[in-house]
Structure formats: structure tokens, C-alpha cells
Design a protein around this ligand. Structure first.
Ligand code: CUA
Length: 328
């Protein structure tokens, strides 16, 4: 981010910054002329003993100027705004990919296009929470929806800001000039977790986007393996997702520890249960407060079968041997 809060780093943001700066500079010029004239007249023609004010009525030329000039200015601003709005609202022309963005309390879920390059072994397509990944210099159309209440998608440097409204699809397009990570924030108050409902936009160089898709598919395939289907679906249907994150799934809670590589951790329950194995995970899930009094994790009164399924799923969440990024 540059010195200005509205530092635009994409064409969408640049369009609105252009309107902002043109109107701002015009407003400063008007301010200087009008208030300058006012101060000048107030000082130059102030009441002084011995001076008699000149008596006259009207001044056709001046009146013409201060009627015609503002009219031309207002019309120009309208034309300029309509032009930029048309550009900013055009989500179709030149869009190279469409990603579905669903807001829910309190995370965003991104569904990538149903194209072969995003296809998983089980026939579904890549879907992820946490981060939105796009290639640089590519116009990406976002289809926004909401699962519960109104949210608002916004990455300030890239532009946009559009509400995600339940039952009413909206759309937006984004494009970034440079690779990097851009931060955003849900912009519509949506409940207690609103402040934590961040947007993380990761922009890749064109040549590296395919490699990212490969990594994301591997991660998602591991997270969608048939052997752990029962435990995984159970995990995603229980309140677990509200507190825990498992990368490659829609679980993106921030209250509890991340579980993406829980099977590679040294311990769980804040170090009370070590190592991370079937016995300890089972003990923990049976009754967390009994193991660690005061823990925020409630006893969900899970059945023995549910615990078995969950444990067998959690035990597959290992740090890969050839991990290129750090595993916790
Ligand atoms: Cu979602 Cu605020």
C-alpha cells in the first residue's frame, strides 16, 4: 500500500480513484476561487469611515459565469461517473474466469470454475475457504452469494466492494496489476465474528498459477479421500468448523487451533495429550473439559462411532513428506 489509502493496484480500483481525484482537484480549485474571492471582497470592500459603498444592480457577465461554469462542471462529472461506472459494472467483457464466492458467518468460500484444470479425483471441482487465488493481469468475474446474512466483499487496493445478499445473486470483477497478497475485510456488519471475516486475495504470476492449482488439488484430494469420507463429512457438519481450520476444506474457524496437520503435531489439548494418536484423540473427543478443565471446546456428546470416524479422519491430516511450505 502506498501513501494514499486508496492506492489503486488494479483497473477496477483505478477507475474509482480517477473519479475521486478529478472531483477532489476540481473541488479544491472551486474552494480557492470562491473562498479566495469572498476573503478578497470582504477585506478590500470592508466598511471604513469616509467610504461610501457603490450602488449598482446586477452584473450580467459575472452571473453568466457562475451559472454556466457550475452547470458544465456538474454535467462533466455525471458523464465521467457514468463512464467509469459502466466500466466497473461490466463483469462480462474480457472476463477470463468466473469464481463463485459465498459469504457465510464468518468466512468466504470460493468455488473455482468447473474446468478440467480444477477437477478433483472424485469428480468434484476445487472449492476452498481462507484465500482466493487468481493469476495476475486477468479479469476475474466473481459471483457473490450468501448462506445466511448480508456480507460485503471488498479488497480496497483492487477495488469493488459488493454486497453478498441471501437469495439475490450479485457480481463483481477484479483484476490485479502485480502478484502479491492483498488484504480485505467483510464490509457489512454480519454478527459477532464480523471483524474476523477477512478477505485474503493471493495474486500469482501467470506462469505459477498452474503450479498453485496443482498444490491446491493435492491438498483437496487428501481432504476428500474416500476412506475418510464419513469422518470428514461428520466434521464439516458438526460445530467443529466454527472454531477450527482445515485447509482445503470449508472449515475456516479461527477460535481453536488449526487442524490441517493435526496428525503431525507433537501434542493436542495444549500439550496435555501426547503423542497425537488414536487413543489420545479418542480420549479428547469423548469429553474435552474432563481432560482440560476450562477449555473452550465443549463436550459434544459424540457417539463411539462418530468418535471413531472423526479420529480416523483426523489421523490422515499429516504434513506431507515433500512439504514445500511450513507445516505447523
Ligand atoms: Cu460478513 Cu461482516
Amino acid at each position: 500500500m502506498g501513501p494514499w489509502p486508496n492506492d489503486p493496484l488494479g483497473p477496477q480500483a483505478r477507475a474509482s480513484a480517477d473519479v475521486y481525484w478529478i472531483m477532489f482537484i476540481a473541488a479544491v480549485i472551486v474552494l480557492v476561487i470562491v473562498d479566495g474571492g469572498l476573503l478578497f471582497a470582504g477585506f478590500r470592500f470592508r466598511a471604513r469611515p469616509g467610504h461610501v459603498a457603490k450602488q449598482f444592480h446586477g452584473h450580467n457577465f459575472l452571473e453568466l459565469i457562475w451559472t454556466v461554469v457550475p452547470t458544465i462542471m456538474v454535467i462533466s462529472f455525471s458523464v465521467l461517473s457514468f463512464q467509469k461506472l459502466t466500466f466497473m459494472n461490466d463483469t462480462r467483457t474480457g472476463a477470463q474466469m468466473t469464481i463463485q464466492v459465498q459469504g457465510q458467518q464468518w468466512t468466504w468460500v470460493y468455488s473455482y470454475p468447473k474446468e478440467d484444470r480444477f477437477k478433483l479425483p472424485d469428480g468434484t471441482y476445487l472449492q476452498a475457504a481462507e484465500e482466493l487465488h487468481i493469476p495476475v493481469n486477468t479479469k476475474v468475474r466473481l459471483e457473490l452469494s450468501s448462506k445466511d446474512v448480508i456480507h460485503s466483499f471488498w479488497v480496497p487496493n483492487i477495488g469493488g466492494k459488493k454486497d453478498a445478499v441471501p437469495g439475490r445473486p450479485t457480481e463483481l470483477w477484479i483484476e490485479a496489476d502485480k502478484p502479491g497478497t492483498y488484504k480485505g475485510q467483510c464490509f457489512e456488519f454480519c454478527g459477532t465474528g464480523h471483524a474476523d471475516m477477512l478477505v485474503t486475495l493471493v495474486v500469482h504470476p501467470q506462469a505459477e498459477y498452474a503450479a498453485w492449482i496443482g498444490d491446491a488439488l493435492k491438498e483437496a484430494a487428501r481432504a476428500t479421500a474416500p476412506e475418510t469420507k464419513a469422518g470428514r463429512e461428520l466434521f464439516l457438519s458438526l460445530p467443529c468448523t466454527g472454531c477450527h481450520t482445515i485447509k482445503g476444506t470449508t472449515a475456516a474457524g479461527k477460535v481453536g487451533p488449526e487442524l490441517t496437520y493435526v496428525a503431525s503435531k507433537k501434542s493436542i489439548a495444549g500439550g496435555l495429550l501426547s503423542p497425537v494418536n488414536e487413543a489420545n484423540l479418542t480420549k479428547w473427543l469423548q469429553n474435552p473439559p474432563a481432560v482440560k478443565p476450562g477449555t473452550l471446546m465443549p463436550n459434544l456428546n459424540l457417539s463411539a462411532e462418530q468418535i471413531r470416524d472423526l479420529v480416523s479422519y483426523l489421523l490422515t491430516l499429516k504434513c506431507p513428506d515433500n512439504a514445500t511450505t511450513k507445516c505447523p
